[in-house]
Design a binder for this molecule. Structure first.
Ligand code: FAD
Ligand code: UQ1
Length: 410
């Protein structure tokens, strides 16, 4: 039995960022997080391409939680928002006055027949950058590739970092080119989405890159089955009933289907799709006014990224403090999100946009072009910002930088 003024559920990017920010104002904070290791997930793309190692992407959970915040190493089992209580897997009951929910997304591997077995099998050629458990396998497969189909998939669900399924494809293409194996490979992107990217400006450029580099793009196609004994992947055509196609692969990079965590789906906190039902601007729960949400688990119709978490964090902070003080809330999140679309070992398109899918670029150069500077930022600056600024509570996204950069230009 525990009691606190403020409970943060989930100690990933959103939870730790909010713990850092809120603990500067409030001393009675509990954070509930089951894992003892914290990963900087955006680095997984670079690990898959051999540009970073897994140990560079992780740190102990203890080290990313502020000293004056009480970490309970456990997971929420049920939410009881009517009586301001959560129960945990170990049987604890935690009572709160205010709560921030940041439990991220769940990977639903079982929605693809044979996926789990194929990932677990060492020599299968099937990998995913999405999990710390499998990301190192990607680079092994890349190094051992010796011709055939290299297939990259995007599932039929919302996912986090919607660019990541194709980043590793461009890295693979570049790798094979640099190692004299490109002419032995067919590189194929199979996506459930109707276009290669959701924002027109970047989609046009990415499609051009695929054309120029001889990458085949199949839209509205969804991976449903893997037969790892025969190296065969089966896709359904989402707009053509009953049509499927099976392809042989040498390398298959899968993005697993994702959805809100089960504990949220079965709670009274979720909307009909199972996500935490928050106002997309204030990030306050639509029914329970003492609850806020941040990050991938929320119903916000933005592309789910760490960059979005950064921009949301200052809004959640200001609004929750106003609610605690009995004041009106007025701060609004504009849907800002960003996706560094790594297009090879030396270049990156830095997509940034808002709820209207309108580009909202930080730097006064056209970020729709492939830029070396943006890859250097992705590799070196962003990890530094994450560990040393964001998780310490001082990073609200690049809005301020954008304003300074564009001073007098807009
Ligand atoms: P998470 O950081 O995933 O944290 C959720 C936490 O909740 C976890 O620690 C989990 O253990 C905990 N939890 C789950 N269930 C429970 C429970 N029942 N009780 C208690 N705790 C629970 N973002 C970018 O901005 N730029 C990028 O370039 C980028 N690239 C990416 C590449 C890959 C391959 C991946 C996987 C992600 C990438 N992202 C990127 C996305 C970014 O990592 C996420 O959007 C971000 O981590 C979301 O933060 P979150 O707090 O919502 O979720
Ligand atoms: C960002 O703020 C952020 O959070 C630290 C990320 O997550 C890792 C990002 O990937 C990006 C691109 C941003 C946006 C930052 C700048 C400087 C444009």
């Amino acid at each position: 039995q525990h009691s606190c003024k403020l409970l943060i559920v989930g100690g990933g990017s959103g939870g730790c960022t909010m713990a850092a920010k809120l603990s500067k104002y409030e001393r009675d904070v509990i954070i509930l997080e089951p894992n003892d290791t914290h990963y900087y997930q955006p680095m997984f793309t670079l690990i898959g391409g051999g540009m970073k190692t897994i140990s560079q992407s992780r740190s102990s959970t203890k080290s990313v939680i502020p000293k004056n915040v009480n970490w309970i190493q456990d997971r929420v089992k049920s939410f009881n928002p009517k009586v301001n209580i959560v129960t945990t897997s170990n049987g604890d009951i935690i009572n709160y006055d205010y709560m921030v929910v940041s439990i991220g997304l769940q990977y639903n591997y079982d929605q693809i027949i044979g996926l789990r077995e194929a990932l677990d099998e060492k020599d299968s050629g099937v990998c995913t950058n999405y999990s710390s458990q499998y990301v190192e396998k990607t680079y092994q497969i890349l190094q051992n590739f010796n011709g055939g189909n290299a297939i990259f998939t995007f599932p039929n669900t919302p996912i986090k970092c919607a660019g990541a399924p194709q980043k590793i494809m461009y890295i693979t293409e570049d790798y094979l080119r640099r190692n004299g194996k490109r002419n032995k490979a067919n590189i194929i992107y199979k996506t459930s989405t109707p276009a290669i990217f959701g924002v027109k400006k970047y989609a046009q450029k990415l499609q051009q890159i695929c054309n120029a580099r001889n990458i085949e793009v199949g839209t509205r196609q969804n991976l449903i089955k893997i037969d790892a004994t025969q190296n065969k992947a089966t896709f359904e055509f989402l707009d053509i009933p009953n049509k499927t196609e099976s392809l042989e692969y040498s390398m298959l990079h899968v993005t697993p289907p994702m959805g809100p965590p089960d504990v949220l789906i079965k709670s009274s906190l979720s909307n009909s799709a199972g996500y935490l039902d928050v106002d997309p601007y204030t990030l306050r729960h639509n029914v329970y006014g003492n609850i806020f949400g941040i990050g991938d688990c929320t119903s916000c119709p933005t592309s789910k990224t760490g960059a979005a978490v950064a921009a949301q964090s200052i809004i959640v902070l200001k609004n929750i403090i106003n609610v605690m003080n009995g004041k009106n809330i007025k701060d609004k999140y504009d849907g800002y999100t960003s996706c560094p679309l790594v297009t090879g070992y030396s270049k990156c398109i830095l997509a940034e946009f808002d709820y209207n899918l309108k580009p909202l670029e930080t730097f006064p150069i056209n970020q729709g072009n492939e830029l070396r500077s943006m890859l250097l930022m992705k590799k070196h600056a962003l990890p530094f910002i994450y560990w040393n600024i964001m998780l310490k509570g001082y990073w609200n996204g690049p809005k301020m930088i954008r304003k300074i950069m564009h001073f007098g230009l807009d």
